[in-house]
Design a protein around this ligand. Structure first.
Ligand SMILES: Cc1cc2nc3c(=O)[nH]c(=O)nc-3n(C[C@H](O)[C@H](O)[C@H](O)COP(=O)(O)OP(=O)(O)OC[C@H]3O[C@@H](n4cnc5c(N)ncnc54)[C@H](O)[C@@H]3O)c2cc1C
Length: 452
């Protein structure tokens, strides 16, 4: 497509995280002239657990990225859950709709790959371009472009559709009055990275560890702290150069997974409840990480990347996802799951669905038909995730109380069938149609819950 006269592109995407880069790659792949602006220069640091569930892997497959271990990914086969004095392995479910493996990769490298992929697909990406305001059509208040501070000074960019993929701060959406909904859950998470000074034990590298209780001191007898924790093993990116002759041996080498991403998080059912919980998360992380030493062998002196934290905007906390020329994707539209704090899969899914709706819209002349095509994006998002996120809001209200969580872990974890169901629900990995009785139960609940 060629932008109309006066426009710099068919679409401007603000932010090149997973949401923005995915949207840009799909848009450019559909022949849409796409301009991406990001304030950072890639690779850039990002607070994240670096964990990708099969839902996110599915989005990477849609993009066509190579996913081999030789490409720098660390593969895992499920969650190893700790809580109530129990330990349980829950492999990712075998489903028709999703792959059966998860991945990890440091976000610096992951996001760089996505940006490069968008560029290769044909999108123009301008780094070091800090978008400071929307450009509005005075006649109708429609967003028709953005103002950005670039290396070459302040610049104005115009396009008939603008995608806000600028993350949790959501500066663009806020600037046109799309405020956060106070009744949505809000999470906070902090992570650090540790070098493993000794080879990991057994199959430790094959699982994403999830701790449902945080103990300050010995488990079960120390002090129970608020929140949940994780340990996600990940490999540093492979050294450049020819692959070794015996690739499978190289893939299994413990040296490749010499790093773990360790983090803690907590979630509150509303902005008000979040404000009431006065917790120093960085301190919580260091205290909890110190207790992992017997299992993993690292100490605080092995920290190689300082703690970084950020908020987790959940359950569509900013709406509408489309109106007046501005589309919201990823954290900018508050799409982190209230169940497990996962945001990358939803950021990528929203980028893909938004790109589809925009490509259809731009194939039509300006006017009602184009607007109707753009409005299919929020409808699709609500249809696929609205009910599920509503269930998540109820879930957060329950587990907000550590005592409820404690009873659930103590009596729930020893019941493998129940835990299989819980794993499918919490990780949003069930067949939307058909499947076994667990899939059908979750799908029915998600369909019955009102999408809000
Ligand atoms: C500690 C922590 C751990 C987490 N762990 C996981 C996990 O293991 N798995 C998971 O799935 N999710 C995790 N999440 C959530 C996940 O990180 C986010 O949901 C995800 O990054 C959202 O992607 P995004 O593209 O919407 O936003 P971002 O990744 O935040 O990208 C936004 C981009 O916009 C750019 N930008 C911002 N403002 C401007 C501006 N004004 N002008 C130009 N560019 C701008 C930024 O530079 C950035 O590149 C975690 C979050 C935290 C805080």
């Amino acid at each position: 497509m060629h932008p109309s006269s006066g426009d710099d592109a068919d679409v401007i995407v603000v932010g090149a995280g997973p949401a923005g880069s995915t949207a840009a790659a799909h848009l450019a792949g559909a022949g849409v002239t796409t301009l991406v602006l990001d304030k950072a220069v890639f690779p850039r640091a990002k607070a994240c657990g670096d964990g990708l569930t099969p839902r996110a892997v599915k989005e990477l497959i849609y993009l066509g990225l190579p996913l081999g271990q030789a490409d720098g990914w660390t593969r895992n086969r499920g969650l190893r859950v700790f809580g109530g004095g129990h330990r349980l392995e829950l492999p990712w479910p075998a489903l028709a709709s999703f792959p059966d493996f998860g991945l990890t990769m440091p976000r610096e490298e992951f996001d760089l790959r996505l940006v490069r992929h968008a560029r290769r697909a044909g999108a123009e990406v301008v780094e070091n371009a800090n978008v400071t305001a929307p450009l509005l059509d005075r006649a109708n208040g429609r967003v028709v472009g953005v103002v950005a501070a670039t290396a070459a000074g302040e610049r104005r960019f115009r396009a008939p559709v603008v995608v806000a993929a600028d993350g949790v701060a959501a500066r663009l959406a806020t600037a046109i009055g799309r405020q956060k909904k106070a009744n949505r859950p809000v999470g906070v998470a902090v992570r650090a990275r540790f070098r493993l000074p000794r080879p990991p034990r057994g199959d430790q590298l094959e699982w994403m560890e999830s701790h449902l209780e945080l103990w300050d001191g010995p488990a079960q007898t120390g002090k129970l702290m608020p929140g949940y924790g994780w340990v996600f093993p990940e490999a540093p990116a492979p050294a450049a150069g020819p692959a070794p002759a015996d690739q499978s041996a190289a893939d299994q080498s413990p040296a490749r997974a010499a790093v773990v991403n360790v983090g803690v998080g907590s979630v509150a059912s509303s902005a008000q409840a979040a404000g009431a919980a006065k917790v120093n998360y960085r301190e919580l992380l260091t205290r909890w990480a110190a207790g992992l030493s017997p299992a993993w062998g690292f100490g605080l002196e092995d920290m190689i990347d300082r703690p970084r934290s950020a908020a987790l905007p959940m359950a569509f906390n900013r709406q509408p996802l489309y109106a007046r020329g501005l589309v919201l994707v990823g954290d900018a539209g508050g799409m982190v799951s209230p169940f497990d704090g996962e945001g990358i899969a939803y950021a990528m899914q929203s980028g893909r669905l938004a790109a589809g709706a925009i490509a259809q819209a731009l194939a039509r002349p300006k006017g009602d038909g184009r607007e109707a095509a753009l409005r299919t994006y929020p409808e699709l998002m609500k249809e696929s995730l609205g009910g599920y996120f509503s269930l998540g809001r109820v879930f957060v209200k329950l587990i907000e109380h550590p005592q409820v969580m404690r009873v659930c872990t103590r009596y729930g974890l020893p019941r493998p069938t129940l835990m299989k169901l819980v794993m499918k629900l919490l990780s949003d990995l069930y067949e939307p149609r058909g499947g076994d009785w667990m899939d059908r139960t979750i799908a029915t609940l998600a369909r019955m819950a009102p999408a809000a």
